[in-house]
Structures are given as C-alpha cells and as structure tokens.
Design a protein around this ligand. Structure first.
Ligand code: G3H
Ligand code: 13P
Ligand code: ZN
Length: 316
C-alpha cells in the first residue's frame, strides 16, 4: 500500500539524491507518473493540492492513488509510493486527509507569524503521528511571481529559526525558501540577464543547524524551454517563462534536500503536446489521441527528471 515519507527521506539523505514529488489532478498525469517511476525504479511522492481536490473530487483522487499502487505492482515494480497533501492550509484539511488515508501531509503555515506557524504545525503533527502519517512544515515564504527580486530577501528562510521550529513542532521534513517560486515565471529577467543562482549559502546554514534533517524544495520546475517554444509556436503566449536550471537542482538533490516538487513542467509538457497535436490534426476529436501524446511526453519528462536531475532512478 501507500507508505509515509520517513524511510524514503532517510535513504535519500544517505544516498545523496532527492525523491520526486509530482502533482496530479487527472488520470493521464497519474498514469504517466507511475509508469515513469516504475520503469526507472524510483520512489515517488504523488501529491494533491487543495485545488486538485476541488477539481477532481478528493475521494476520486484517493482511490486513483490506491489504484496507482496496484498498477505499479502489476507492472512488477515494488517502488515506494506516498500520497501527500500539498500546501495544506488548515488543521481541518490536514485531518481530513489523514482520516481518509493519505500517508503524508503538508501544513503550510509559512505566511503566519512564527509562533502561530509553530502552534499550527505542532497540532497537525500531534494528530498525524497517531496514524503514522508524516508531516511537512514550511519556514520562509516563496516569492510570488509578482514580487520584485529585492523584496524576496525578507522572505527567505531564516536559518536561526529552523532548529527551534523542528524541535518544537516535531515535523518530519521542512520546506524552505531559497529563491525558488511557484509557476512558470520564476524570475523576471531583463534583456540578456541570466537566472540568479539559488541561495545555497542559506541552505548550507540550515544544514549546519539541523544536520541530517530532510529539506523540501518547492517551486522546482525548470520551465523546459522546448515546451514553452512549442506552446508559443502553436497558438500560445508564454513569453518570459523561466525556471530553475537543472544544474542547480542536481546540486540541491545531492544536499539535505530530500524532496523536490514539480508541477509546472508537467503542465507545460501536456499543454505543448496538446497544442501541437491539435494544430497538426485539426479533424481529430478523440481525446485519447491528444491526451495520449501528452501522456507519452510526460513519461519522457519524468524519466529524465528521475534519471538525470534528481538521481532517484534505481533507488526504489
Ligand atoms: O504549489 C502549487 C502546486 O503547483 C499546485 O497548484 O494549487 O494550482 O493545484 P494548484
Ligand atoms: P513548480 O510550480 O515549480 O512546479 O512547483 C510545484 C510545487 O512546489 C508544488 O508544491
Ligand atoms: Zn509548493
């Protein structure tokens, strides 16, 4: 069945790789995640956001996740699979997910004043641990896509808080803010400017304060430019979309970062392939045709991430 993240992270920490956490909202995404992770023998965290629950119905998603475990086993893959709530924003939501069979939850209290974040995270941990469900907390706020680069400084994780936070809350992993952000427009670059490096100095400071503690990196899509170009060529408009370079993710994966969250790259792959297929096949109207193309590309993308970026391939 589903497993929590404890053993996955312990092994990732020792092995110098990161476990991929892919978001899913529909059948084709989940099939692609499971197929790619089974074929690369990678542990995987499949995660559901509040938005995904609203879009697809949380009962449906939960049964799909249980079906995904069966599908992997039928493929002969004994890979560990965790079902995780992404960005839980209340105790009630986290409790609902624990009660319904999720094996891991995130309580994102990063926008709250420090002591309130501690209290809320601790409350979720106390509940979740009774059922052996692991809990991800967060310190520091990821930059919004509208934020100025200068404004980000105040929202980086403060290393001096992490030790107090993990010991007071008892959380199992900690999401941090070191320069990534959610979505497809992570950095606002001026003409000729390069993507600024992540703040590895802050990460190292954090590692010193909580050695061996699993760190989580959100907003870690690379915003694959081939997809952005396909989208733009076939009727889309995504000028200026940019993400985290793969080399920086490789470096993060070798560190205490044990979980890397990827959603936007999968969205781009699907949109690029659907646009391309429909533009080239205007008379086609069977969703299996264009969603099939999208699913094939998703499998390729996820295998590449596991094998060449996160290093999780072969670690199941
Ligand atoms: O962190 C956000 C994830 O990419 C999920 O996005 O809330 O639109 O489902 P969503
Ligand atoms: P991306 O938008 O970079 O894919 O980040 C996803 C994420 O952090 C989900 O929690
Ligand atoms: Zn996130």
């Amino acid at each position: 069945g589903l497993v929590n993240t404890r053993d996955m992270f312990a092994r990732a920490m020792k092995g110098g790789y990161a476990v991929p956490a892919y978001n899913f909202n529909n059948l084709e995404q989940l099939q692609a995640i499971i197929t790619a992770c089974a074929e690369t023998a990678s542990p995987v965290i499949i995660q559901v956001s509040k938005g995904a629950r609203n879009y697809a119905n949380e009962t449906m998603l939960r049964y799909m996740a249980m079906g995904a475990v069966k599908m992997a086993r039928e493929m002969g893959a004994d890979i560990p699979i965790a079902l995780h709530l992404d960005h839980g924003d209340s105790f009630e939501l986290c409790k609902a997910c624990v009660d319904s069979g999720f094996s891991s939850v995130m309580i994102d209290g990063s926008h709250l004043p420090y002591e309130e974040n501690v209290a809320l995270t601790r409350k979720v941990v106390e509940y979740a641990h009774q059922y052996d469900v692991t809990v991800e907390g967060e310190l520091g706020v990821l930059a919004g896509i509208e934020d100025e680069v200068e404004a980000e400084h105040s929202t980086y994780t403060r290393p001096e808080e992490v030790e107090d936070f993990v010991s007071k809350t008892g959380c199992d992993s900690l999401a941090i803010s070191i320069g990534t952000s959610h979505g497809a427009y992570k950095f606002k670059l001026k003409e000729g400017e390069e993507v600024p490096p992540l703040r590895f100095d802050i990460l190292e400071e954090i590692e010193k304060r909580i050695p061996g503690f699993p760190i989580v990196l959100h907003g870690a899509s690379s915003v694959v430019q081939e997809y952005v170009q396909l989208i733009n060529r076939y009727g889309g408009s995504m000028e200026g979309a940019v993400g985290v370079p793969e080399e920086q993710l490789r470096r993060a994966a070798r560190s205490a970062v044990c979980k890397i969250n990827i959603d936007s790259d999968g969205r781009l792959a699907v949109t690029a392939k659907v646009r391309e297929y429909l533009a080239n096949n205007p008379a086609e109207f069977d969703p299996r045709k264009y969603l099939g193309e999208a699913r094939k590309e998703l499998i390729r993308l996820i295998k590449h991430k596991n094998e060449a970026v996160l290093g999780s391939a072969g670690k199941a």
